[in-house]
Design a protein. Structure first.
Lengths: 413, 85
């Protein structure tokens, strides 16, 4: 019996190896995480069949979209298609996934099922509608969030252009976690720049649900130097937490009073893209716990989650992080499909923020898995020095631009 | 591992998976931009630059902060891999 089984195994093994179809990885979501993962899977092992599913034919990049809002950049510079991804040998499917069945290892498009060996989800964020009372999809048409780039970005831009000089722009910034931690403060800076240079009797007010935020000292020093009359930041402790939005009157309500805006920008609470919840990979926080070596979901086997949707420990929700995670995840998935153990990774993040056109600050970090989480490597990373010279800050702005060119080319081809 | 073994290591790395940390670099290094390309660059030069960034002896914007996250041996492995790309 034992001998027969052994012979059977020996005879069957080469046959199975030959007859087995190529492993298939389905990637859902074509942003900085998903498109990068799809391309790098093909690069890691060309035997893997890679299918990228993305509902939109054009991706609108969030990094630098704050410059579009401030009138310093054309939205055309934010648009990327999927031709380069397809040319990397990825099958690009422009469609919406309606369900995911981890138990059957299948992605559903209505009644049609697409089986996978491994699935990579990179769905980005969804707005948690009504988590901030009064802020629903209809309210966003009047008080844009512009936290997913595209029509919302242009709507906020148009509102700023239409606002008479002397107007008040009010933004609210959410509690952690959310996409792009320094993003609200870069946006506030650039809107203040627009007001100072184009509508000098106007003012920007930021109502914050936090007392501390990314690159805070650098931003506050820049605001004091550049926008003393045009930008006011109200911290949580000073009553900045917004408790209700009233779209009928363009008003933000806080525990301490209300702020009526001429132009309102609501940066609302967020969660992982809805498909993550449907797949059962999001926990009660609305975000997705993952293994820090493979980015495999802690809730569903063979499903990996990268980018803003993932709970990546000390790594922020940024385009750089999503791209770095995608490359690590692609290598890990290729290793797992080949029956090898993935190596423990190191990941890097770098985020630039403009405080004015041509004047940037940055934060960087290096990360490794510690006790099941991605943790900061101590002694590494940190922000631009507070005493950085004008030349250094100009160089950071130049590097920010270079980073965008490079990362979008790596992601989209 | 010392810098002298970089040459021996690079010979093995043609199509190998990147060592820990290496795949993050191309987020910035890779385009036709002021940021230098790493692919095909001499590994010993990359290690020398990283060591200097880590020591704070080379002017930097973000690389001094990033280099502090890696040991010399990790940098040697990363540099050797990039040379082969």
């Amino acid at each position: 019996m034992k001998r027969r089984a052994l012979i059977g195994t020996v005879l069957a093994a080469p046959f199975i190896a030959r007859a087995q179809p190529a492993p298939r990885v389905v990637v859902v979501g074509g942003g900085f995480g998903g498109a990068t993962a799809a391309r790098f899977l093909r690069r890691a092992d060309a035997r893997i069949e890679v299918v990228l599913v993305e509902p939109n034919s054009t991706f609108v990049a969030c990094p630098f979209s704050n410059e579009v809002i401030a009138g310093e950049r054309d939205i055309a510079a934010q648009l990327f298609g999927y031709r380069g991804v397809a040319m990397s040998g990825v099958r690009v499917v422009q469609s919406t996934v309606t369900a995911i069945h981890p138990d059957r290892r299948s992605v559903a498009f209505g009644d049609n099922l697409l089986p996978y060996d491994r699935l990579i989800l990179s769905p980005g964020i969804d707005i948690a509608w009504n988590a901030l009372p009064g802020y629903d999809e209809a309210a966003a048409e009047r008080m844009p969030h512009a936290w997913k780039a595209g029509e919302q970005t242009l709507l906020l831009r148009r509102q700023l252009e239409a606002m008479p000089d002397g107007g008040v722009v009010v933004m609210c910034s959410p509690a952690n976690p959310y996409r792009c931690p320094p993003g609200p403060y870069e946006r506030a800076s650039l809107i203040a720049y627009y007001l100072k240079t184009q509508k000098p009797h106007s003012k920007m007010i930021v109502l914050d649900s936090k007392d501390v935020f990314s690159k805070q000292k650098l931003f506050q020093a820049a605001w004091k130097a550049l926008y003393p009359d045009h930008l006011e930041w109200v911290s949580l402790s000073d009553g900045g937490r917004v408790t209700r939005i009233d779209p009928a009157t363009n008003t933000f309500e806080t525990d301490f009073g209300s702020h009526k805006a001429d132009v309102a920008n609501v940066i609302p609470p967020q969660r992982a893209g809805a498909i993550a919840t449907a797949a059962g990979v999001a926990d009660r926080t609305g975000w997705c716990p993952i293994d820090p070596v493979t980015f495999e979901s802690k809730l569903q086997p063979n499903v990996h989650v990268i980018g803003d949707a993932a709970i990546a420990g000390a790594m922020p929700k940024s385009a750089f992080a999503a791209n770095a995670q995608a490359k690590v995840c692609a290598d890990a998935v290729a290793a797992l499909l080949a029956g090898n153990a993935p190596e423990e990774p190191r990941l890097i993040n770098t985020c630039y923020s403009l405080v004015a056109p041509g004047d940037a600050i940055s934060i960087a970090g290096v990360y490794r898995p510690v006790n099941g989480q991605l943790a900061d490597i101590e002694g590494a990373g940190g922000s631009t020095p507070l005493n950085a010279t004008t030349e250094q800050r100009a160089k950071e702005a130049e590097y920010a631009d270079a980073w965008f060119q490079t990362i979008t080319r790596e992601t989209f081809g | 591992m010392k810098a002298g073994s970089v040459v021996a290591l690079t010979a093995l790395l043609g199509g190998a998976a990147p060592p820990p940390g290496a795949s993050s670099c191309s987020g910035c290094h890779g385009g036709v931009t002021p940021i230098p390309v790493l692919a095909g660059r001499n590994a010993a030069d990359i290690v020398a630059a990283l060591d200097a960034f880590r020591a704070g002896s080379k002017p930097a914007t973000v690389m001094d902060r990033i280099a502090k996250g890696f040991s010399h041996d990790e940098m040697v492995a990363i540099a050797a891999w990039w040379e082969q790309q």
